[in-house]
Ligand binder design. Structure first.
Ligand code: DX5
Ligand code: ZN
Length: 233
């Protein structure tokens, strides 16, 4: 099915995208409250793990995820921007991660993806803007989610890379061709304008850090991202 047929099939007047606020842009001194204040509007919580090697930045790990888990019933997705995720999968699963996403540029063997499922979590595969989309093809049958980086990973608040739009379309086609039940998530530089473009290309889940937590009313910002008019996309 072409992307247009796909959208026409599901789009009547509104498209409801799912939104996953990234707590990378939240106030780290009160993460419990920060998670709570997006709770009613958000579909998941995006948790960016960085090791200072895979990306030039360091954030938080399983212990912080476990603390947040106590403050929300929403799915939490651990986006592992780390070189060697395999040694940490158990700890993220035990800490309460619903999704565990590893990068195709790091250790993302089929064995790693299978291990995530064995641990009771849902596996995701992420790819950087410079990585050919074909790199995720072998993993598609083993994941619940493909995370398309729409900025270079490492920092929040960057501008959306426009060439990502055709990449989202290509991945959507690959998923439809194989008739797989896999979500497409986009991460980086999401605002109302880029959200429309990404959803129009086939994205299901929007990760948004600065757009949500930088706004005066995060729940309202999420609702605006979620409810997009068909004619706008
Ligand atoms: C970047 C992270 C993103 C980041 C997005 O490496 O993976 O999740 O939080 O932040 P914004 O929405 O501000 O671009
Ligand atoms: Zn992320």
């Amino acid at each position: 099915m072409s992307i247009n047929n796909y959208l026409n099939k599901y789009c009547r007047s509104w498209i409801m995208a799912k939104v996953s606020p990234s707590i990378l842009a939240a106030d780290f001194s009160s993460l419990g409250k920060e998670v709570y204040r997006v709770g009613k509007a958000a579909d998941m919580i995006h948790f960016d793990v960085m090791d200072g090697l895979f990306v030039p930045n360091i954030t938080f790990g399983p212990a912080v995820l476990a603390s947040i888990r106590r403050h929300t019933a929403l799915p939490i997705e651990a986006h592992l921007m780390i070189q060697k995720p395999s040694g940490f999968l158990d700890r993220f699963a035990v800490s309460g991660a619903t999704f565990i996403t590893v990068h195709v540029e790091a250790d993302s063997s089929i064995r790693t993806l299978k291990r995530i499922r064995e641990l009771g979590a849902l596996p995701g595969i992420a790819l950087n803007p410079s990585t050919p989309v074909s790199a995720v093809k072998p993993a598609l049958g083993h994941v619940s989610l493909v995370l398309v980086m729409t900025v270079n990973p490492g920092f929040g608040g960057q501008g959306f890379i426009m060439s990502s739009i055709s990449r989202i379309r290509q991945i959507r086609s690959m998923i439809l061709e194989q008739d797989l039940d896999v979500l497409i998530e986009v991460d980086g530089g999401i605002n109302l304008d880029t959200a429309k473009k990404a959803v129009g290309a086939g994205a299901d889940v929007l990760v948004a850090g600065s757009y949500v937590y930088g706004s005066r009313n995060p729940a309202q910002a999420i609702n605006a991202l979620k409810k997009l008019k068909c004619k706008d996309i």
